[in-house]
Design a protein. Sequence first.
Length: 340
Amino acid sequence: MTIDVRSDTVTRPTPAMLEAMMAAPVGDDVYGEDETVNALQTLAAETFGMDAALFCPSGTMTNQIAIKLHTQPGDEVICDALSHTYLYEGGGIAFHSGASVRTLPDTHGRFTAKHVKDNVNNRNDAHLPWTRLVTVENTVNKAGGCCWELSELKAIRQTCDEHSLGLHLDGARLYNAIVAKNHKPSEFGTLFHTISLCLSKGLGAPVGSLLLGSREHIARAHRLRKLMGGGMRQAGYLAAAGLYGLQHHVTRLADDHAKARHVASEIASLPYVASVLPVETNIVIFNLIDTVPVDGYLRYLSDNGVRAGSMGKQTVRFVFHLDVSDAQTSQLIEVARRFA
Ligand SMILES: Cc1ncc(COP(=O)(O)O)c(C=O)c1O
């Protein structure tokens, strides 16, 4: 059987998750009448100590709705140069919000309050876009799944308050950070104005993300979701998978992290591996030496039953998840060792 470590989005619902989906009471969610969607939204909002939540088809949608909530065309968003909202959402910030982006270079996914402060435009200068929003990603996918320190996030929130900026969290893998760093969800709920939380990554649901925020933000988000074509009808079948994931698949994320650490330590000494990013959660990112082309390496892995992805020139990514067993992890290491 193929070992698929391209992403933690590739998981299939477990039998128990499927059972929960099939048993879900449903209704028309565009009218707010789907009991299971409502239960999922209530559970998530309560868990994070936020007013309300909205179930959406994808993390891209929850991020883009959030950015639109915080900005007007002509405003500017500050984010790290590696952030998903900027790199991998199809230019959505320009398309949906008409906002410009100030990327912070060389901060490798995690920046400081000073970086924010130094990049806020002067609102009295008519030449400049108004800085309105800071987006943070936790864990940082492209920086190897690393986690933020709460102390830095608190400092950033303070700077945002001083400059009247919104603070949004792309928490596609927030539960990986919560488990790895032993945080409480509510610690993020009090720091961020809006949070996007993916259910279809480490938590194992087939579809869905939640946007969390104030009652006013979520009421406006409801309208924006419809505008973007994301209003779903009997969505409770999908929400049931997310509910199941939140209730049963959080603590087990530690297993994925242990597998990632193990694989990273095994491959670090292989002669064709130039460097491996430190592993904090479920992602292993490593660089091949210059003489090994990444395409050839990925083809070799694929020919030997391992599907992996690249994150740029010479860079390979393995992501561990619910559907990678201990035996497959050992097999993956064996395949990596045999590469000549
Ligand atoms: C960090 C991050 N944010 C957002 C997303 C978007 O999620 P979706 O694929 O559900 O649109 C992803 C997807 O991989 C991601 O890795």
